[in-house]
Unconditional design. Structure first.
Length: 392
């Protein structure tokens, strides 16, 4: 009961602060009327309520219901950039999140800052149904310690990745006021940079109130998108090749008393199918130094470290957001001595093309939903055009 009372008091204070901000912070929208476009900014307060999901038996100790609070700074896109029109004018922003994690003496509290993007799935006048994806940084006040906090097997470090997924319905009740309701999943994990790392998963129901700071921009229609891409009238098809290398780090001192490097080499071949999407396949080759220690702990002597290399083949999908791409690979190992993770793997990657030919990337390697390591890398982008049209 005390937890519920404290939660209500905190939520009331947040609402009072937002109302004060809306009523007393001057917004000179008239001075912007002469401008063609405004900032399209909104401030949103959200209250979430859910529970800690115990995906491992060791985490059932933390089962509890808990509230979560968010303050979001949002911007409704209106078609200034081509990708905004292609994706149906999504909402972009940054969220500041807090949760007490059920007031567990072993978990402490969690603070998070993550940029996000709301992709419209359904849009009709005042109503929108969106899918939100956010990824940023989280700070947990308590972590595993083999002497003072040995029951916290969920998190081995204070700093963690913070991922947020949400299905959200939004309804504009007034020119500057929007209400929203959704279901979301909040996840904290350090990507096995430091063990233990079972991670924390928080399914929640979410409600929010958003206030627009200035008049709304009218969206720019698809008529401004050229019917064909540059040179597409001359060159019919293109194949894209992305080859790169990444370096990962695994802190396994709590388990094996040492730290290990992971070297990863890969190539993805993509065939563009739409303005948003590319499909293809990929090849992987990784060398994980920790596999030698794992095999030795299992009683297997490693006489040839070349057998530690793990080749793999995968199917690949790319979602394009201008110079930023999200890549999903689902693959199968073709070799390697260490097999405790099974034959299948997944890769989640963000790739940014800072020039036409070169890109930087960050990758999360996963086995059946369990993070293995995070890799940071660079790569080379090549394109092969074929299928010339006859010009008369």
């Amino acid at each position: 009961m005390r937890t519920i009372i404290n939660t209500c008091i905190l939520f009331r204070q947040i609402l009072i602060s937002l109302v004060f901000l809306f009523l007393f912070v001057p917004v000179d929208s008239r001075s912007q009327e002469h401008r063609l476009f405004t900032s399209n900014m909104l401030i949103e307060g959200r209250f979430d309520y859910g529970f800690l999901y115990a995906q491992h038996l060791e985490l059932e100790l933390f089962n509890s219901h808990l509230p979560t609070f968010e303050i979001n700074f949002q911007k409704e896109t209106y078609g200034k950039h081509k990708w905004e029109r292609i994706y149906g004018y999504p909402i972009i922003g940054v969220s500041f999140l807090y949760t007490g994690l059920g007031k567990s003496p072993y978990l402490g509290a969690a603070y998070s800052v993550f940029p996000f993007i709301d992709f419209p799935l359904v849009r009709h006048k005042k109503f929108m149904f969106n899918f939100r994806f956010g990824l940023g940084v989280g700070y947990l006040t308590k972590k595993f310690d083999r002497l003072t906090n040995y029951k916290n097997l969920a998190i081995g470090s204070h700093l963690n990745a913070s991922a947020n997924l949400m299905l959200e319905a939004r309804y504009k009740v007034a020119e500057r006021l929007t209400l929203s309701l959704g279901i979301a999943l909040q996840h904290f994990s350090n990507g096995s940079l430091k063990l233990p790392n079972y991670g924390l998963n928080l399914p929640v129901v979410s409600a929010g109130v958003a206030y627009r700071l200035a008049r709304e921009n009218r969206t720019i229609g698809d008529r401004y998108i050229p019917p064909t891409e540059p040179y597409s009238a001359v060159l019919r098809h293109v194949i894209e090749f992305d080859a790169g290398a990444s370096l990962g780090w695994k802190n396994m001192q709590a388990v094996y008393g040492d730290n290990y490097w992971v070297y990863h080499f890969y190539e993805n071949t993509f065939f563009p199918v739409k303005r948003k999407s590319k499909w293809g396949f990929g090849l992987d080759l990784s060398y994980d130094q920790s596999h030698v220690k794992i095999l030795e702990s299992q009683g297997t002597e490693v006489t040839n470290k070349m057998k530690i290399f793990r080749p793999g083949i995968n199917g690949a999908y790319m979602l394009v957001l201008s110079k930023l791409q999200f890549i999903l690979n689902l693959g199968c190992y073709l070799g390697g001595m260490e097999k405790s993770n099974g034959p299948f793997y997944e890769k989640l990657s963000f790739q940014y093309n800072f020039t036409k030919d070169f890109f930087a990337s960050v990758m999360l390697k996963v086995h059946w939903g369990r993070a293995d390591y995070i890799g940071w890398g660079l790569g080379l982008h090549l394109e092969k055009f074929y299928g010339h049209k006859t010009i008369k």
